[in-house]
Design a protein around this ligand. Structure first.
Ligand code: AMP
Length: 405
């Protein structure tokens, strides 16, 4: 077994995803999810050697109890596994403008993640809890923070600024930061390999379509625009999030319709998107099934999802000029041949043509070109954010060892 193993942690406010990743090939040896934190039915499920297992955690468990269980009952049971760990890699949602790359975690970094709490009030406090718990569980190992926002820090001001008074940006940090950066970075690296070009010469549009969805314009290997905003609420139609909307709607609902701000934010984040439009589900598989049964609201949800996405993709012709490939990823992007077909139909002005057979068979973790020979290139690439986190963690630990030597 390789010695380049990294424990990757993705800590949310009420859940924690984890994976033991081989940084050399991206293989997940163990992966799992602890959920229902601070509730009586806190629980943990995981997959090891292809076998699914689960357990309940002590009532009211949270990050430290979950990490202790993962270490004591899962990792240590696999003989010698923990001794192969090189580092712990943490996914951190918001790094503000400070972090353009992954970093080794020290007290200064934790303070900076804390300073970004107002920009990601649900996520960043949970990341700090996870980092502290992992420091206790693995005092001898380096911890690395990999930021969702880092890849997007190359955006020019004309793309990241909102047309608000400049002071709100300068003094309050109100701007577009973008999310899913680790996924868009991975897609850029894989696209460069597939297109046989150096990353610095790759111009692509990366559409990460999952429960959360974002699309990014990448020029010469760097992000030049992206659909998410200061927070992950902006941009595309998502599972339960509304994406772009007229900000006056918020004022209207509060001033004229009697909603509180909390209720409105709950609607925008948890009751909108595919769920809100269809009234059925946020799950794209269910939306597709209902659409095929001629449910008009499922069809509307599907159409709005595709229309908004196609408009965003078309608009990225402006910053890119030349598009080497359009790439689909995420649960929907990797699996929904229907969405990919509809998007290319909506983008027919760009002369896209689908290879129907390749589109239908490129699902379930497969990557490949799905466009016809006479079309600009369209590809599916399964994303692997955990692998980027593991690779960055190993690289940073190796670098610090060199500097310390
Ligand atoms: P993610 O957040 O990347 O895990 O993606 C989750 C989304 O992918 C959900 O809306 C799923 O319904 C959707 N999804 C997963 N498998 C399929 C599939 N075979 N066809 C369509 N959508 C899918």
């Amino acid at each position: 077994m390789s010695s380049k193993l990294v424990l990757v942690l993705n800590c949310g406010s009420s859940s924690l995803k984890f994976a033991v990743v081989n940084a050399e090939n991206g293989e997940n040896l163990i992966s799992g999810l602890a959920e229902c934190f601070n509730l009586t039915d806190a629980r943990l499920k995981w997959t090891i050697n292809g076998k699914k297992e689960s357990t309940s955690l002590p009532p009211m468990s949270a990050h430290s109890e979950a990490i202790a269980y993962i270490v004591d009952h899962i990792i240590k049971k696999e003989t010698g596994l923990a001794s192969k760990f090189v580092a712990i890699g943490h996914r951190v949602v918001h790094g503000g403008e400070k972090f353009t790359h992954s970093v080794l975690i020290d007290e200064d970094v934790i303070n900076s993640i804390e300073k970004c709490i107002s920009l990601a009030p649900l996520h960043n406090p949970a990341h700090i809890l996870g980092i502290r718990a992992a420091q206790v569980a693995f005092p001898e190992l380096s911890q690395v923070a990999v930021f969702d926002t880092a890849f997007h820090q190359s955006m020019p001001a004309k793309a990241f600024m909102y047309a608000l008074p400049y002071e709100l940006y300068k003094e309050k940090g109100i701007r577009r930061y973008g999310m899913h950066g680790t996924s868009h970075l991975f897609i850029t690296q894989e696209a460069a390999k597939a297109l046989h070009k150096p990353i610095s010469e790759v111009n692509i549009i990366s559409a990460h379509l999952g429960n959360g969805a974002s699309v990014t314009a990448i020029k010469n290997g760097q992000c030049v625009d992206t659909s998410m905003g200061m927070t992950p609420l902006a941009g595309l139609v998502m599972g339960t999030r509304c994406g772009d909307l007229d900000p006056s709607i918020i004022e209207h609902l509060i001033a004229h319709e009697g909603y509180t701000l909390e209720q409105v934010m709950d609607i925008l984040q948890k009751q909108s998107g595919l769920l809100g439009i269809s009234g059925i589900s946020s799950d794209f598989r269910t939306i597709t099934e209902e659409h095929l049964k001629n449910n008009p609201r499922a069809t509307l949800a599907l159409d709005m999802f595709c229309y908004r996405l196609a408009k965003y993709i078309a608009s990225y012709a402006v910053p890119l000029g030349r598009i080497d490939a359009l790439i689909f990823t995420g649960g929907i992007g990797e699996n929904s041949a229907l969405v990919r077909q509809k998007i290319l139909e909506l983008l027919s002005i760009f002369s896209y043509h689908l290879d129907t057979e390749k589109n239908a068979t490129t699902i379930l973790g497969k990557s490949g070109i799905i466009s016809a020979k006479n079309s600009p290139v369209v590809m599916v690439i399964p994303t692997n954010e955990e692998w980027v986190i593991a690779q960055d963690a190993v690289a940073l630990v190796a670098k610090s060892a060199l500097i310390g030597a």
